[in-house]
Design a protein around this ligand. Structure first.
Ligand SMILES: Cc1cc2nc3c(=O)[nH]c(=O)nc-3n(C[C@H](O)[C@H](O)[C@H](O)COP(=O)(O)O)c2cc1C
Length: 219
């Protein structure tokens, strides 16, 4: 079906793009399963690196964790452990190479926050969703996942749901216990994740630099 290019459609689309924000705090109320399925369908429709993964039906998979279940508790614990390992690694690194401190400090602060408070979005939102993308050559799976997550994010926004990225998920792609939980083999997929639910407060639209000032047109 061709899309309708009328003005109403255009305005609604612009409104969804402008309304998309990162949600980090959620109500306890669960969105409907249909809403989550619609969001996953939007993700499945996002581009994937066909040339990199070849003719493979299994190029993208979704794992939906519901808050309160055993699986999300295990995932949260393993991710917390991963953040602690990362923090220890960076602490050791800056003792050996102090000149790197400035570069890694803000990431270390983020890891410290996870170590202190748990993973934001895993156990603090009704749903934690993992996207797994088949690895290929060249290795562009994280780019494909980003396209997928953006489609999901816009669909969630259209449905009045909040959405937040949980980037630490990407670090779990080699973790044997985590992969056992997902029941996928090591090395086959790249991972990333997001939290979905009703936002606990409405987040206003954001401001961005003036696109005109950031754009150079070339002959
Ligand atoms: C590659 C990437 C990774 C991100 N990872 C996280 C994350 O792990 N946790 C988080 O709360 N936000 C994460 N964000 C969201 C950004 O912080 C957010 O998009 C930015 O602050 C702008 O705010 P907005 O999304 O509300 O417009 C990530 C964004 C990008 C592009």
């Amino acid at each position: 079906m061709a899309i309708n290019n009328d003005n109403d459609c255009n305005e609604i689309f612009d409104e969804v793009i402008k309304s998309r924000r990162s949600t980090r705090f959620f109500k306890d109320e669960f969105p409907s399963k249909e809403n989550i399925e619609d969001i996953l369908n939007a993700g499945m429709l996002a581009p994937y690196a066909a040339q990199a993964v070849g003719n493979n039906e299994d190029f993208r998979r979704f794992f939906v964790f519901k808050n309160g279940g055993k699986s999300i508790e295990i995932a949260g614990d393993l991710m917390h452990k991963k953040a602690q390992e990362g923090l220890d690694h960076f602490k050791k690194m800056i003792v050996e190479k102090p000149f790197l401190k400035g570069k890694v400090q803000s990431f270390m602060d983020k890891l410290q926050m996870i170590v202190d408070n748990g993973v934001l979005g895993v156990g603090t939102a009704p749903y934690f969703v993992i996207v797994a993308e088949l690895r290929g050559v060249p290795p562009v799976e994280q780019e494909s996942i980003a396209h997928c997550l953006e489609n999901m994010w816009l669909k969630a926004t259209e449905l009045g749901l909040g959405f937040g990225l949980v980037s630490l998920t990407s670090q779990m792609a080699e973790d044997e216990e985590f992969l056992k939980l997902l029941d996928i083999p090591k090395g086959k997929y790249a991972l990333n994740g997001c939290a979905i639910g009703y936002p606990s407060k409405q987040i206003p639209t954001t401001t961005r630099p003036d696109t005109k000032k950031s754009t150079k047109w070339l002959n």
